[in-house]
Design a protein around this ligand. Structure first.
Ligand SMILES: Nc1ncnc2c1ncn2[C@@H]1O[C@H](COP(=O)(O)OP(=O)(O)OP(=O)(O)O)[C@@H](O)[C@H]1O
Ligand SMILES: [Mg+2]
Length: 581
């Protein structure tokens, strides 16, 4: 093949010119208006700004403007900033191992400029201001300009020169929603910095300098939501975990209610997501996400931030330590009594409650909670005190369904069915895990006809059913003889119990859930069936026993399906209601 040594061509491979390279890089860095906002805000933060103003028009499709009062740039630096791989943040190769700034690639500004009409105005403290204009990455003008210390960047007509990309922009409201989320994220992460966001001349966010994160959350999300969040903090072994956790009852199907920051950088991370999932455990229904603000600070040498073009993913060294620290801190905070929702704080749930087999009419001899009928009048005896060993004492049963109780913080209203379900669930699951499930032998073994599907399923999961306390014997091809059932569910008709569980197993197998999830769901279903129902009178002692058992569980506030178990009316709520405060 001809090879022209001194010419432009060397074979068919050539070095791309800078404009083309920037446009290609823009494809990775700039996805939509919100990604431009992200890069510009990060630059402002890196420049030490104390106030950042963002303004967008038409959801950012027409114009994006970011102004800061940071350190600014002199003329030469400003010109360099638009060059590819020009950065003031990284000088040596070793610096890459411990990046303390948000930016480090020297790639954002040239990439953004390559796909827009770009205007930069900047001035360093006490120095002259410079204005640089660029179109599709080519500098169109450089002139002096009068301005205070700081930087303003205006990005017009994003992707105006890349029609194929412009086509993928969504309608203004969608793009705006992404911008709002982005600015909110950074505002939450940096309470000491003033943030403002305008859209088409209308102020959407105004967050003046805040004393702390709690105040900033109130500015961004409103006081009502801020009050429901549970703060958490832990600092150990070089891992600092702080933040605010939403209560399980307030979880919503929106994944974007979770904001994770690693060393001030907004990230998406599987390790952290998993830790959060484990901390909430089964208190949140499937497909629901609790609100969460998590700030993780670790030695920068332990995180590799250079794994994603938009810098939204990280990699941790010794990630299991970080995983466990986050999980344990969060779980600790969630187990606090504050996780019990107060009536006054209840927010209407945006989605209907998850489906569950609704508790129906009472079944006889449900459990040891039901004994003699309740004493004539509990209240006549005076309200019992919460003594030291007890978390809560019952006052009465309402409509044979809800226990009215008191604890140190107020009045509790407890749904007896889900409370019992929670108690059974935890015991049963723990027993199954230790392979110690109690079996109730049937006096009269029961033969059950199965459908072909059920028979196949039962054969495949025979081990799991045995572990869960079923003593089964095949009886021909399509029938099974039940000799024993789990003692926890002995009050449920064996046939119904088995069929329900087979149905649950079939639903679980059609998803990608693993063996642990299958067991959890079977145990949930059995516990739900075996738990005392509503419309079922309880004796006083029975209520006390149920409350005692409930408060021994790990999650006394939500049932395994994710529904709330109890609500609290605090003394403060009561006093407010009666205008005593
Ligand atoms: N708002 C600003 N105030 C002061 N200097 C800025 C500002 N924005 C950019 N700069 C300067 O311009 C340089 C280039 O910015 P750019 O965002 O392209 O790269 P970076 O932030 O260094 O790295 P990354 O591509 O990872 O964001 C920065 O290193 C910084 O010196
Ligand atoms: Mg940058």
């Amino acid at each position: 093949m001809a090879r022209r040594v001194a010419g432009v061509h060397v074979g068919r491979i050539r070095v791309l010119d800078d404009h083309l390279v920037n446009r290609i890089a823009a494809g990775e860095v700039v996805e939509r208006p919100a990604s431009v906002v992200k890069e510009l805000v990060e630059n402002s933060l890196d420049a030490g700004a104390t106030a950042i103003d963002v303004a967008v028009e038409d959801g950012g499709r027409r114009r994006i403007l970011v102004t800061d009062d940071g350190e600014g740039m002199g003329r030469d630096d400003a010109l360099l900033a638009l060059e590819r791989h020009a950065t003031s943040k990284l000088a040596r190769f070793e610096d890459l191992d411990a990046i303390a700034t948000l930016g480090f690639r020297g790639e954002a500004l040239p990439s953004i400029a390559a796909v827009s009409r770009f205007l930069l105005r900047t001035a360093p403290a006490g120095g002259d201001g410079t204005e640089i204009e660029a179109r599709a990455g080519r500098i169109a003008g450089v002139r002096p300009v009068a301005r205070e210390r700081g930087t303003t960047i205006e990005v017009g007509g994003i992707f105006f020169n890349v029609p194929a990309r412009r086509k993928f922009l969504r309608a203004a409201p969608t793009e705006l929603a992404h911008v709002v989320r982005m600015v909110s994220h950074y505002a939450l992460a940096h309470p000491a910095i003033r943030f403002r966001l305008d859209h088409d001349g209308k102020r959407l966010l105004d967050a003046p300098q805040a004393a702390d994160r709690a105040e900033r959350i109130a500015q961004v999300h409103g006081r009502a939501i801020a009050k429901t969040l549970i703060p958490f903090a832990r600092d150990a072994g070089g891992i600092r975990v702080r933040g605010f956790a939403g209560r399980p009852v307030d979880a919503s199907p929106r994944r974007d209610a979770q904001h994770l920051f690693v060393n001030g950088r907004l990230v998406q991370d599987r390790v952290l997501a998993h830790a959060i999932h484990e901390a909430y455990g089964d208190t949140v229904p499937r497909g629901h996400y609790p609100t969460l603000l998590l700030f993780l600070d670790v030695d920068p040498a332990r995180v590799d931030v250079n794994v994603h073009p938009q810098k939204t993913e990280v990699r941790f060294a010794r990630s299991s330590e970080i995983h466990d620290a986050v999980r344990d801190t969060l779980a600790g905070a969630l187990s606090s009594t504050r996780a019990v929702p107060r009536f006054a704080e209840l927010r209407p749930s945006p989605e209907p409650a998850p489906a569950m087999a609704l508790a129906g009419v009472a079944e006889p001899a449900a459990s040891h909670y039901a004994a003699a009928p309740p004493p004539e009048s509990l209240l006549a005896e005076g309200s019992p005190a919460v003594d030291d060993g007890r978390r809560a004492v019952p006052l009465a049963q309402y409509r044979d369904s809800y226990i009215v109780a008191q604890d140190r913080d107020g009045l509790l209203l407890v749904d007896q069915h889900v409370a019992h379900e929670r108690v059974l669930f935890e015991r049963y699951l723990a027993d199954a895990e230790r392979d110690e499930v109690g079996v109730q032998r049937l006096l009269f073994p029961k033969t059950i006809e199965l459908t072909a599907d059920e028979a196949i399923l039962l054969e495949a999961e025979a081990g799991e059913f045995a572990r869960l306390g079923f003593v089964l014997e095949p009886f021909g091809d399509r029938a099974v003889k039940v000799d024993g059932v789990p003692a926890v569910a002995k009050t449920v008709a064996p046939e119904r119990l088995l069929r329900e569980l087979l149905g649950e197993a079939a639903r679980t197998r059609s998803t990608t859930a693993g063996a642990t999830e299958l067991r959890r769901r079977l145990v949930t279903s059995a516990s739900c069936q075996a738990a005392i129902k509503v419309n079922y009178p309880l004796a006083y002692d029975g209520m006390q026993r149920l409350l005692d058992d409930l408060f021994c569980t790990e999650n006394p506030t939500t049932c395994p399906h994710g529904r709330p178990i109890l609500f609290r009316l605090t003394l403060e709520d009561i006093e407010r209601a009666f205008r005593r405060r």
